[in-house]
Write a protein that binds this ligand. Structure first.
Ligand code: SF4
Length: 899
């Protein structure tokens, strides 16, 4: 890289090509004041505080935009410069409230710091002043226009980070202010309340509602941790004072999000201090009685006694456990070890079964490893095209969604979106294919037909890196675009266009989520995705890959550490004698070689009496599993149900024993995000009442049952054990994880981790093409149930809402379930926007408010599954994929009635 030498304040300094004077000076320790500048944003030179003297320039120049070229002579603090800055500051302060004694930002206000540094007590320009009312119209933050210095950091955050461009500078001259189009509310704009504008505001013009008036900057400590919501795995700081969280601050060096957050990460943490938190163990002392408070000894003794009795009377297979995608790797490891080593069964599973079990089976079949192949950075920075299928990326993985928007806007990347709904990312797509729910294989086969018949595929990659092509090709030739189009209900031309776009834009990254997996053909859908990317040669390179976006914060980790019925940690099969022997030796007990039951199988076996006791850690299957009425019946059939959680969830309310545990903000451990990155979760606040760590609780029960191998001094020792037993995690130790985390496989303590899988060689050697046929969903519309119901999530809620509905802002902005129905269908059924409707399937009915919108096609109804009072899973069908045993959440037949 070319370097230049310039002189700043008489000092010779080297600069790299492309650097500005401000960057070079800052790197050299010379502090030039700024207000509009922020390293996360492109410089605009608006505030004029960074003015410097540059030799042979007629006027002072803004250091933030002036290129640091060879031979420049710069003075950063000459009398002329300092006077200019003082002048600018006085102009700003002439219209700025001097209420620093009560201002929210005192101690962290950049304007206040500059006024102090330049000794400005009073502006010499007593001109006109604004007297705007406070804007308190949204539930997350306040805008105080009187404190706005029009630096436009918020506007640029909205443009350059989030990308929705909800705000801009409106009006002109003295009337200029920041606002939405037509000066409306943020709720009526595309704003997603990610809070990046609040983070970047240098004054108190924008400040969060949560924590207001409760703490000054210097009173708070900052604890770096990882978000408890989605699989993106954003890191940020929790701002803490006296045992309470008061806010979130960006962590700009965070590897997955680089300081960006979404609304849930930024404003959705207040559930931690909600009065509903469980603080003491609860016991139902008599069947049919109420849950009553108990002390820990009584609760733990009862659980140990009942589990021992059930094991002795019915055998180990009468017990099952659910570990949790919300809990840490260490806690999941302990739970699966409890099921295997103490109860003697492999009946352990968790909600990965309901979201990505077929990703594990499908990608393991095709590539030899069932995980996301690439990393966010290479996907965001290097992909020329994104093939998004079955992923509502901006709502379900919001920070990745922001990065995709930026890739489109800032470097012209293309998006092909395949989704039955007009989801928000559709606005950025070059091509949006709205296939009928349940027709993905036909669509993918149609695209691959064009690639093969027009000779547009990567022949070298196919020849050198794959096997099974001949049989696969024969199957693909059965799907000309016209046939695929007829099945999918889309124009054949769109299928051809998609193939041409993919063939001419390399590398291309495939992103998929539950729109692909939650089908009775989920495993084969995943195989089909793998087929497409192998055909295009898009595997093993930056900007490419098959990238399943894992839903929950630690669903990847819960799978990695053995929370599955067929594998120990690192996907070592329980049926493989060598693996079993290894774990038997390490744990000191004989282990079962029989593959255990999946979540979906556990419930039906509870109904038949084969499962007598269920121990659930951090999951809420009553809302999350299909056919909820049947799930409830199954849970009520159990002899003994233990639930360990932070709230009394719908499932916990049915339990015999409820054990209060720690929230994410109270514990040490690790989460593994969707890009296989293991990151720290750190304790920031104390637990309420008598809530205890999950790993401690399980260890205490095990000890009471006569097994001491589950009592650990701390999570570090649990991770040490995972390291010893798990080749892919062997080098991911507490001493190495640090701030950047480590991506598995990381086979030894010197290994840097693996950002991209299958480089040069697939984990299984050659990539395997599979001949995949389309098959219709298990239930299709008919005369009685003429609509397809498809379910999903919304930006403001998460899973079964046990956390998000206890967050004031998230609840206020999205208080109740909505049923999206197409305007044509609504008109035919006499349904007005906002009217209550009843949805019924063969399994149950729910009622909610209608949202009449063209987002869904005629004949398709969408509903988020989060809400207990209108639980979409009362309608869904428990038809399972035969390999991954995932339920067909995405398609079931319903009828809709106006109420
Ligand atoms: Fe948390 Fe996901 Fe939002 Fe990041 S994108 S802040 S991980 S919910």
């Amino acid at each position: 890289m070319t370097t230049a030498t310039l002189t700043i304040n008489g000092q010779k300094i080297q600069a790299r090509e492309g650097q500005t004077i401000l960057e070079v000076a800052t790197a050299a320790g010379i502090k030039i004041p700024t207000l509009c500048h922020h390293p996360a944003l492109a410089p605009i030179g608006a505030c004029r505080l960074c003015l410097v003297e540059v030799a042979q320039q007629r006027t002072l120049q803004p250091a933030c935009t002036f290129p640091a070229t060879h031979g420049l002579e710069v003075k950063t603090h000459s009398p002329q410069v300092e006077e200019a800055r003082r002048f600018v500051l006085e102009l700003l302060l002439s219209d700025h409230p001097l209420d620093c004694m009560t201002c929210e930002r005192t101690g962290s206000c950049e304007l206040q710091d500059l006024a102090y540094r330049y000794g400005i007590k009073q502006s010499r320009f007593p001109g006109a002043q604004h007297h705007y009312p406070l804007d308190t119209s949204n539930p997350f933050f306040i805008r105080d226009y009187n404190k706005c210095v029009l630096c436009r950091r918020c506007v640029r955050a909205c443009q350059e980070i989030n990308g929705v461009e909800a705000i801009g500078v409106i009006w002109r001259g003295w009337e200029s202010k920041i606002g939405t189009a037509f000066d409306g509310t943020l709720q009526d704009s595309p704003c997603e309340f990610c809070g990046m504008c609040v983070e970047l505001c240098p004054t108190a013009a924008l400040h969060p509602l949560l924590g207001q008036g409760q703490g000054r900057a210097w009173e708070m400590t900052q604890v770096a941790t990882t978000c408890p919501y989605c699989g993106v795995g954003c890191q940020f700081y929790l701002k803490v004072k006296e045992g309470r969280i008061l806010g979130v601050a960006s962590k700009w060096d965070a590897p997955a999000n680089h300081g960006w957050t979404c609304v849930k990460g930024r404003f959705g943490w207040d559930f931690v201090h909600h009065p509903d938190r469980l603080t003491r163990p609860l016991i139902r002392r008599h069947k049919g009685g109420e849950l009553e408070e108990a002390d820990w000894d009584e609760a733990l003794d009862l659980v140990a006694t009942r589990l021992r009795e059930i094991k002795d009377r019915y055998g180990p297979s009468a017990f099952a456990a659910l570990s949790s995608a919300k809990c840490t790797n260490e806690e999941n490891y302990v739970m699966q070890k409890f099921a295997r080593a103490v109860m003697g069964t492999n009946n352990v599973d968790h909600c990965a079964r309901l979201c990505h079990s077929v990703t594990v089976t499908g990608l393991a079949t095709a590539f030899g490893s069932g995980a996301m192949t690439n990393s966010f950075d290479d996907i965001a920075q290097q992909a020329q095209i994104y093939f998004i299928i079955g992923s509502n990326t901006t709502e379900n993985h919001p920070v990745l969604g922001m990065r995709l928007r930026q890739a489109v806007k800032q470097r012209g990347a293309k998006i092909i979106l395949c989704d039955p709904r007009s989801i928000p990312i559709a606005d950025y797509a070059t091509l949006h294919i709205r296939q009928k729910p349940g027709t993905d294989i036909a669509l993918l086969n149609g695209i691959m037909h064009v690639l093969i018949t027009e000779d547009l595929y990567d022949k070298q990659f196919v020849a050198e890196r794959t096997e099974g092509f001949a049989e696969f090709k024969a199957k693909i030739l059965e799907y000309p675009p016209e046939r695929a189009a007829a099945i999918c209900g889309v124009p054949a031309e769109q299928i051809v266009e998609a193939a041409h776009l993919l063939a001419t834009h390399k590398p291309g990254a495939m992103l998929y989520a539950m729109g692909i997996t939650q089908h009775n053909t989920g495993h084969r859908n995943v195989l089909s995705c793998a087929n497409l990317q192998m055909l295009l040669g898009n595997i093993g390179l930056p900007g490419g890959g098959v990238n399943p976006l894992r839903g929950q914060n630690n669903v990847q980790g819960a799978c990695d550490v053995g929370g599955l019925p067929n594998v120990y940690t690192g996907y070592q099969a329980v049926t493989l004698e060598a693996s079993r022997k290894k774990f038997e030796e390490a744990w000191g007990v004989p282990l079962s070689s029989q593959v255990g039951l999946t979540v979906t199988e556990m419930f039906s076996r509870a109904e038949t009496g084969e499962i007598r006791a269920l121990y659930i850690m951090g999951e809420n299957p009553l809302l999350s599993d299909p056919d909820a009425n049947h799930t409830e019946q199954c849970l009520r059939s159990l002899e003994f149900l233990v639930v360990q959680d932070i709230f009394l969830t719908e499932t916990a309310a049915l339990a015999d024993v409820v054990l209060p545990t720690q929230s994410w903000a109270e514990k040490l451990g690790t989460f593994t995000n969707t890009e296989r990155r293991v990151q720290f979760v750190r304790p920031a606040v104390p637990s309420p009442g008598e809530a205890r760590p999950d790993w401690w609780i399980i260890g205490q029960i095990a000890r009471r049952m006569g097994y001491d191998g589950l009592t650990y001094p701390s999570p570090r020792e649990i991770m040490d054990e995972i390291n010893r037993l798990t080749p892919s995690y062997a080098g991911i130790t507490y001493d190495r994880i640090g701030d950047q985390g480590l991506q598995w496989p990381c086979p030894n303590p010197d290994h840097p981790g693996t950002p991209i899988l299958h480089v040069g060689k697939f984990s299984r050697g050659l990539g395997l093409f599979s001949a995949v046929d389309w098959q219709p969903p298990a239930e299709e519309p008919d005369e009685t149930y003429p609509f397809i119901l498809t379910t999903g999530r919304v930006l403001y809620h998460y899973h079964t809402t046990s956390m998000t509905r206890r967050s004031a802002g998230l609840t206020a902005i999205y208080p109740a379930p909505l049923v999206e129905i197409n305007p044509d269908d609504a008109a035919r059924l006499g349904i007005a926007d906002g009217q209550r409707v009843r949805l019924s399937s063969r399994r149950g009915s729910v009622e909610a408010e209608a949202l009449v919108s063209p987002r869904t096609d005629p004949g398709v109804v969408f509903m988020a599954w989060h809400f207990a009072e209108a639980a979409a899973n009362k309608l869904t069908i428990a038809a399972l994929d035969p390999v991954g045993k995932i339920p067909q959440f995405k398609v079931c037949a319903i009828k809709v009635e106006a109420l």
